[in-house]
Design a protein around this ligand. Structure first.
Ligand SMILES: Nc1ncnc2c1ncn2[C@@H]1O[C@H](COP(=O)(O)OP(=O)(O)OP(=O)(O)O)[C@@H](O)[C@H]1O
Ligand SMILES: O=C(O)c1ccc[n+]([C@@H]2O[C@H](COP(=O)([O-])O)[C@@H](O)[C@H]2O)c1
Length: 191
């Protein structure tokens, strides 16, 4: 039997404790051997309008995941450049690791959007999608996904950026080393 690998794709601008909770819940629920956090280069569906670089997002992800033995980082989309279509990525990962079983983890906001994903009909044959609940979104989709209920997390990267910009506390929304990094680099208007 091949390795059971979870992939949590995202923009991670910045990574927050919601991402860590999701990965940990799914790691256990599906008895995965690892969860790879996979930062995209150019997200297919949203414009990047923040001051962080690819290197910043990768550094923050390293800091966020460093103390969990089964959390890894997949840099394939950063290396490939261009628009990070998940179908293209998963084709490449499957070719590299033909025996592995891939579980692609998404929040309910992304499940609503699945019909618009690039080559979604082929992608659902390559990976098992796992959808987790997210406040304000429905988990309903016609695609063959596994739905998992986790504790509701009302945290998003965009709300964190807005709070930082306004000078409000984000102390418990991010791992401490990520917050230290943001302050040191002056990201998201933190200076
Ligand atoms: N609080 C949350 N609850 C459930 N899923 C989440 C949550 N935060 C992020 N996710 C999921 O994690 C993945 C990566 O998310 P992403 O890096 O875009 O963070 P985000 O908080 O959604 O960012 P933004 O607010 O900028 O859209 C996506 O599949 C997203 O649906
Ligand atoms: O391939 C697509 O068409 C596609 C459309 C929307 C989102 N995705 C991927 O879904 C993951 C979550 O996206 P996001 O924006 O919530 O970070 C991330 O890996 C994106 O690249 C992929």
């Amino acid at each position: 039997m091949g390795k059971r690998i979870g992939i949590l794709g995202g923009t991670f601008d910045p990574p927050h404790i919601g991402h860590l909770i999701i990965a940990d819940e799914i790691l256990q629920a599906f008895r995965l051997e690892e969860v790879r956090f996979m930062p995209n280069h150019l997200p297919p569906h949203k414009k990047k309008d923040t001051d962080s670089t690819d290197a910043d997002r990768l550094n923050m992800l390293r800091l966020a995941t460093q103390d969990h033995p089964f959390f890894k980082i997949e840099t394939i989309e950063l290396e490939r450049k261009g628009i990070s279509y998940t179908y293209d990525t998963m084709r490449l990962l499957k070719a590299r690791e033909p025996d592995a079983e891939f579980f692609f983890i998404i929040g309910a906001d992304m499940a609503e959007y699945l019909p618009k994903w690039h080559k979604i009909d082929e992608l659902v044959k390559l990976v098992q999608f796992i959808v987790v609940n997210r406040p304000g979104h429905r988990m309903e989709t016609d695609y063959p996904v596994k739905k998992v209920n986790i504790p509701d997390i009302s945290i998003s990267s965009s709300v964190i950026r807005a709070k930082i910009e306004k000078g409000e506390s984000v102390r418990y929304l991010l791992p401490r080393p990520v917050w230290e990094y943001i302050k040191e680099k002056g990201l998201y208007g933190s200076r």
